[in-house]
Ligand binder design. Structure first.
Ligand SMILES: Cc1ncc(COP(=O)(O)O)c(C=O)c1O
Length: 457
């Protein structure tokens, strides 16, 4: 090791790494979306003993690039349609690099005023973008699972506080029981979050849903005593959103806390063309969403939003007491599960600032139109589209379960694009999820051609 300072030589590692990134980002257009088997097999070369001695940083980076770059899934690229995955906008990736150089532990505003201010602005912009009540506060966390956990911790605090119980001090031992209601098609990670909060995955009352996975407004289970109702904006299979206006009004009238898991569906609120899908969502008490999905910032990045700042602070503040710490500034760690944390809100700020309202609206609208195009063309070719394509998700069956599985596996191996497999209400289907900023109509054409070629083969 030549130096303990950032010498010209050590800075060169960054310059060469930037060139490696250039090559990778340019390759996304032409490379197979899935990594080739040989590249995955070559990862065995990483299984070396921990080196006894230091070596040049460039040597380590060269090995990382040589072995891992070919073994990546091209999730950052325009034809990855698996799960619900965003790429990374140029401003967001560059902000991530700069924030990496800053290496701020963004727990306390007084220690890291720059990033704390940027995160505060990003939070305000998100609240305005989703048109949530202006008193809403929030937290930048690792993803929607933790955003649900964080917001539901505030919910747990509030419903028990109303029943005269201090859950942060006394835990759930002997606490008044909480009724938790979630739709029959709630995302499994929401159930996990509830389990982590001691609310019991198996105790959740599952509300009936319709054929798109929407909770039925005419079948809301009875609400009595401390109750948390969990709704969903964007079913991971169909993209469907619960009928918020009716459900939230009924639940809040009866004193329930209403939480919305809006991992990707909440972004419909940011586009005039799709806002009607989430009408009334702003009436809820808390919301969870992802930035690493439709906002296209680097992993990992989610946001918890809570109407009552006191409830979130009570659940998350580091001080043993649930009362605010009294600090003049807003300390991020008073709202997040983590104490030490990176300022992931910086990338959210960069994405929001570079896109503006119009850019976000265009992105959401374009991806939804592209989903409709996939559905129309596959239906026209005789394949069955299983969902109403209202947002960015498409479910396609190529025949029975076995045939659909075979087509999806062959498509993944063919490499033009990548879609996953799911089972929707008993039917095996290919899932197409469109949420990447760089997906253009030519990518959709190329992908449809590959799907039809593979399905016919
Ligand atoms: C509706 C919904 N909730 C929760 C999650 C989990 O999000 P994350 O993986 O960011 O924790 C997802 C992921 O797709 C989702 O679609």
């Amino acid at each position: 090791m030549s130096s303990r300072r950032w010498s010209a030589e050590s800075l060169q590692v960054l310059e060469r790494t930037r060139q490696r990134c250039d090559r990778y980002l340019r390759s996304l257009d032409d490379r197979s979306v899935a990594p080739r088997a040989a590249a995955v097999a070559a990862l065995s070369r990483l299984d070396e003993p921990l080196p006894a001695q230091p070596s040049a940083p460039e040597e380590t980076l060269a090995l990382l690039d040589e072995l891992v770059t070919p073994a990546t899934m091209a999730m950052a690229g325009p034809r990855f349609f698996g799960f619900v995955i965003g790429g990374t906008l140029p401003a967001a990736l560059a902000a991530n690099w700069l924030a990496g150089a800053w290496d701020q532990n963004a727990a306390f505003a007084s220690a890291t005023p720059g990033v704390a201010r940027v995160e505060q602005v990003a939070l305000r912009w998100l609240i305005q973008l989703f048109d949530l009540p202006r008193e809403t506060t929030g937290a930048f966390v690792t993803g929607d699972t933790v955003a649900n956990f964080t917001a539901l911790a505030a919910a747990r605090h509030a419903v028990l506080a109303r029943a005269g119980w201090n859950v942060e001090a006394d835990g759930l031992f002997g606490a008044p029981p909480i009724i938790v209601i979630a739709g029959g098609e709630a995302h499994p990670s929401l159930l996990k979050s509830l389990g982590m909060l001691g609310l019991g995955r198996a105790r959740i009352v599952r509300a009936p849903v319709d054929a798109q996975g929407r909770m039925r407004a005419d079948a809301l289970p009875a609400i009595a005593g401390p109750t948390i109702l969990c709704l969903q904006a964007g079913n991971v299979n169909t993209g469907a959103c619960d009928p918020f206006a009716a459900l939230i009004a009924a639940a809040r009238r009866q004193g329930a806390w209403v939480h919305v898991d809006g991992a990707f569906g909440l972004w419909a609120k940011a586009a005039a063309s799709h806002r009607r899908l989430v009408e009334g969502v702003e009436q809820a008490d808390s919301w969870a969403t992802d930035a690493h999905k439709w906002l296209n910032v680097p992993y990992d990045s989610g946001v918890a939003l809570v109407r009552d700042p006191q409830a979130l602070q009570a659940a998350m503040a580091v001080t043993a007491d649930y009362l605010p710490s009294g600090a003049a500034e807003r300390n991020p760690c008073d709202y997040t599960p983590e104490l030490s944390r990176r300022a992931r809100g910086v990338e959210v700020w960069a994405a929001l600032r570079s896109l503006g309202r119009a850019g976000i609206e265009e992105l959401v609208g374009r991806n939804c139109a592209q989903a409709r195009e996939f559905a129309a063309r596959l239906a026209a070719a005789g394949y069955e589209v299983l969902n109403e394509v209202a947002l960015n998700q498409v479910l396609v069956a190529f025949g029975d379960a076995e045939r659909t599985r075979r087509v999806v596996t062959a498509l993944q191996q063919e490499g033009t694009c990548w879609c996953g497999i799911t089972v929707w209400q008993g039917r095996t289907a290919m899932r197409i999820s469109v949420s990447n900023w760089s997906t253009d109509d030519a990518d959709v054409e190329r992908s449809i051609a590959a799907m039809l070629r593979v399905a016919a083969g």
